[in-house]
Unconditional design. Structure first.
Length: 192
């Protein structure tokens, strides 16, 4: 079974995240997409960052009506600060029957050569890249790489930062969040 790992703080998860995750579930050879909630670093407390389990709850609510999308708290119990290479090693050991791939935006691929042990990741895992509008160029070593799959997904120009600022300003952002997530954010008075 091929599992795509879609990492994010998901603070909050929004329709853009779901569009990308569902697009990959429906239009690639990935059998499942795990939305991996990145824990807040104990060293970098951000006031606008919700608690790990509140963000996991939002991902759970957002994905519960989808057959191939799953929330994951796999990084919550790994030593911090954590690196993707460590998460991948842990997952391979815990789930030897699964093949794990990374899902990332084109903007992240531009800085991928700076990741810890990026070459080991590339040697052992496929990477699915969705388009993003961003500055800079992709390293030539990643051009036509056999493990890097560029996905013709919709370009989503929506960010969690924009949503948080809009909520704080008292604006209606309801269409930008999955219904169950909007209800939770509203009920809990998050980001106000």
């Amino acid at each position: 079974m091929k599992v795509g790992l879609y990492f994010g703080t998901f603070n909050p998860i929004h329709v853009g995240h779901l569009i990308i995750a569902n697009h990959l579930a429906e239009n690639s050879d990935l059998d499942q997409i795990w939305l991996v909630v990145t824990p807040q670093s104990p060293f970098k407390k951000k006031q606008s960052m919700l608690d790990n389990y509140q963000r996991l709850e939002m991902v759970y609510r957002a994905t519960k009506d989808y057959n191939n999308l799953y929330p994951s708290d796999i990084e919550f119990n790994l030593p911090q600060p954590n690196y993707t290479i460590n998460t991948l090693a842990y997952l391979q050991e815990k789930y030897p029957d699964k093949i794990f791939s990374l899902i990332m935006g084109e903007d992240n691929l531009k800085g991928f050569h700076k990741w810890k042990n990026y070459q080991v990741i590339l040697d052992n895992h496929d990477i699915y890249v969705y388009p993003r509008i961003s500055e800079g160029a992709i390293e030539t070593q990643f051009d036509n790489h056999k493990r890097i799959n560029h996905i013709d997904a919709p370009i989503i120009q929506l960010s969690s930062t924009f949503i948080r600022k809009s909520i704080k300003a008292g604006q209606n952002i309801r269409p930008m969040l999955p219904e169950h997530v909007w209800e939770y954010v509203d009920e809990m008075n998050f980001y106000k």
